[in-house]
Design a protein. Structure first.
Length: 162
């Protein structure tokens, strides 16, 4: 049973085997989005870019795109995997709707769009780290003992013709 109380449905998990979904692992991610407040924050700050009679919320569109990437998507069109699981992800915008949002964000004060998106992200991150308490990456960090994030990564392109 699903109850949509926000941007993403509340999914009940049981062992009965009824209502099986292939993207069940995405439930953890949608719960994180709810707890962090990022979708609500993005929705609020992107309000000025939303068309008056738009059905889809810009904040949810952006978090849906992030979910698509986090669950293995490579392209914007891969969001259809989320669209096919409404019991987990709710109503997901169509590819043309996503393209229109990109166009609006890229052409109508794009520098302001980036500022407000970054502000919403920072607010959500601060909320999550505050909730984490002593487990927060910032716990104990100071000017004399800064938080150091060491990122090592290699991008490897591979092609298969089969």
């Amino acid at each position: 049973m699903n109850n949509i109380t926000g941007f993403y449905p509340s999914v009940r998990v049981d062992a009965a085997g009824d209502g099986v979904v292939s993207q069940g692992g995405g439930v953890i991610l949608t719960e994180m989005l709810k707890a962090s407040g990022i979708t609500a924050g993005l929705s609020e700050v992107l309000g000025p870019w939303r068309k008056p009679f738009a059905i889809h919320n810009p904040g949810k569109i952006l978090t849906d795109l992030a979910l698509s990437l986090a669950t293995g998507g490579d392209f914007v069109s891969d969001i259809d995997r989320l669209r096919n699981q409404p019991e987990v992800y709710g109503l997901v915008a169509s590819d043309p709707t996503i393209s229109r949002l990109f166009k609006v964000l890229a052409t109508v004060r794009p520098e302001r769009a980036l500022v407000v998106i970054n502000k919403a992200r920072a607010t959500a991150r601060a909320h999550v780290w505050e909730q984490a308490g002593e487990d927060s990456p910032l716990h104990g960090a100071s000017k004399d003992k800064p938080l150091i994030i060491d990122l090592d990564a290699s991008l490897v392109n591979s092609h298969w013709k089969g």
